[in-house]
Write a protein that binds this ligand. Structure first.
Ligand code: ARG
Length: 572
């Protein structure tokens, strides 16, 4: 609708200049005033004329009537009505369908892209699990919101660097080494993979919490300290633990179609922190508080940012500051996005402020994108009590259930296993990305998997339906009809809305805007599909026009599904 809005605004600006001498309202100002009416009886686009009454010094109703005349005889509009101070525009359905289908055909896979990222680089820090701890449903948010934001930026022309900032350093490795030496064996871990590591980790944490407490905790600290000093045996074990964990994460990433450009985790920044600590000290920003080094942020209404512990060891913010400086020097980003749970909001606010105080001019390019908590079937997750749902298990369960539904609904389907994986994983992702990211959500697998509700399977099924129509038609089609049914017009209008939805998703770092758009588009297509004969239509012009609309839907639905990490199987 952007082009239509621009066109309408230009016509309005001309009319205003003619009717209201001395008034200065630019097409851009008018463009920003448009609204989408809540229901179709009020048109496709509306101009609330009270927004003009101040500069034109007239009552809204009078302005609306005066402007309506500008559109008489213009074939772009079926009608333009002045009602209660609003100017309502009804676009000509056939004209709209002709425009939008040809635009989609021309632009192909770039249709909907604002292309405003060309020449710019964005770094995205997401997923970033802590090695040897379970990769659970709590990581779904950072993983899929992060990747979808990467795809959205790429779509808009940005050069994107996706970084998996692995939690691969810290005292948990000391604990793991103690546990391994005490209870573990190489064969057992080679067999059990990450599950064996997590089991060892849980066992040692329980043991520390119980009677053996301090001795084990001390031993863990000592092993980690050896690691810090470069002890060969411990470093070899550490590398091995990471390798095993990564192999497991990668299986999940593969199911989601996710790859990273860098796996530089926390450990990489060990030797990059001292320079930043020194800079803080030289600038007089460090304060000693009970032996620890902090940056006082009281003036900004925040608790202090911790830089060094009493024993001189570094902390989470210290590492984030060093990593940001390194990434700026390495990638020269124009924007850097961090996707984490909302529990880390204060952490990011604090160290972003410290970067600003350090005089780095790019502090304003740092963006934190938080998301809410996830519970499963109403239960809150807690790693300590073992109440976790692993992503791997969640996906496996979804795939199994989808397979069972497929066996029943489409027993002859070829390649069922692959398709079931795409639909099962897609169902989980789609369900998750249906809500505004900041909302806490309760995950109910049954709801996510329904083929009838507003779900991933329903959206993918609609896509497959468009594929099947196009396959049967087997040729290219152009909209040639001179009039459009209500369903055709509504579908064309929905397709025309895509570029604006992409812009909104990018502006708010909100993939759910795309998810909801997919549901609007699927609904508009299915209404059209049920009300209008496509391939069986007797009139050739109408048939071809409907195929053209189907092809445009196919393209846009496919693009939109990819933007939220879903696959697009051609058959389900
Ligand atoms: N590993 C951290 C966690 O699981 C997330 C890291 C987020 N990224 C960052 N640069 N701090 O909580």
């Amino acid at each position: 609708m952007i082009a239509l809005k621009q066109r309408t605004a230009a016509l309005l600006a001309e009319r205003i200049a003619a009717e209201f001498p001395g008034a200065t309202l630019t097409a851009d100002e008018l463009f920003a005033m448009f609204e989408y009416p809540p229901d179709a009886n009020m048109g496709d686009l509306a101009l609330p004329c009270f927004k003009l009454s101040k500069s034109l010094r007239r009552a809204p109703a009078m302005i609306a009537t005066a402007l309506a005349g500008a559109f008489e005889g213009n074939t772009l509009y079926a009608k333009v009505e002045a009602v209660g101070g609003y100017l309502n525009f009804f676009f000509d359905g056939a004209g709209l369908a002709a425009r939008v289908t040809s635009e989609v055909a021309e632009r192909g896979e770039t249709y909907g892209s604002p292309m405003d990222g060309v020449g710019k680089t964005v770094v995205l820090d997401y997923s970033s699990p802590n090695v040897a701890k379970p990769f659970h449903i709590g990581h779904l948010g950072t993983t899929v919101i992060g990747h979808s934001l990467k795809l959205l930026h790429k779509f808009a022309g940005w050069n994107c660097i996706g970084i998996n900032y692995l939690g691969d350093w810290g005292t948990q490795f000391g604990k793991l080494i103690v546990a391994y030496k005490k209870w573990g064996s190489r064969e057992e871990i080679e067999r059990g993979g990450i599950d064996s590591l997590v089991a060892l980790y849980v066992k040692i944490n329980n043991a520390i919490a119980e009677e053996e407490g301090t001795a084990l905790a001390d031993a863990a600290r000592a092993e980690f300290h050896k690691m810090e000093l470069g002890d060969e045996e411990n470093i070899a074990l550490w590398k091995w633990f990471i390798e095993i964990s990564l192999a497991e994460y990668e299986k999940t990433y593969k199911q989601l179609g996710i790859t990273f450009d860098s796996y530089k985790g926390e450990s990489f920044y060990t030797d990059k922190m001292p320079a930043q600590v020194e800079k803080l000290r030289e600038m007089g920003l460090l304060k000693i508080d009970d032996g620890a080094s902090i940056v006082d942020l009281e003036a900004y209404g925040m608790p202090p940012c911790l830089i060094l512990k009493r024993d001189g060891s570094t902390l989470y913010p210290t590492r984030d500051i060093a990593a940001a400086v390194y990434r700026k020097e390495t990638y020269h980003f124009d924007r850097m996005i961090y996707v984490t749970s909302a529990q880390q909001c204060l952490h990011f606010q604090q160290w972003f402020k410290v970067v600003e105080l350090m005089g780095y001019p790019w502090y304003g390019e740092l963006v934190h994108v938080p998301y809410g908590t996830v519970s499963v079937n109403g239960e809150k997750l807690a790693t300590r009590t073992g109440n976790v749902v692993l992503l791997r298990d969640l996906f496996a369960q979804a795939i199994e259930k989808v397979k069972a539904i497929m066996v029943e609904k489409n027993p002859a389907l070829a390649g069922r296993d692959d398709i079931a994986e795409q639909v099962g994983v897609g169902a989980v992702v789609f369900h998750y990305l249906s809500n505004n990211r900041i909302r806490d959500i309760n995950f109910v697998l049954e709801d996510a998997l329904s083929f009838d509700g507003n779900t991933g399977p329903y959206a993918q099924y609609t896509y497959a339906r468009t594929c099947s129509v196009l396959k049967k038609y087997n040729g290219t089609a152009t909209w040639r009809a001179e009039s459009a049914t209500a369903e055709e017009a509504a579908l064309a209008k929905t397709i025309a809305m895509f570029p604006e939805r992409v812009e909104a998703a990018l502006a708010d770092y909100e993939p759910s805007v795309i998810t909801r758009y997919i549901l609007d588009l699927a609904a508009a297509f299915n209404r059209f599909y049920h009300e209008c004969k496509i391939l069986n239509c007797e009139d050739e012009i109408t048939r071809e026009s409907r195929v053209a609309l189907t092809a445009a839907t196919n393209r846009v639905l496919g693009t939109a599904l990819h933007l939220i990490c879903l696959s697009t199987p051609e058959q389900i």
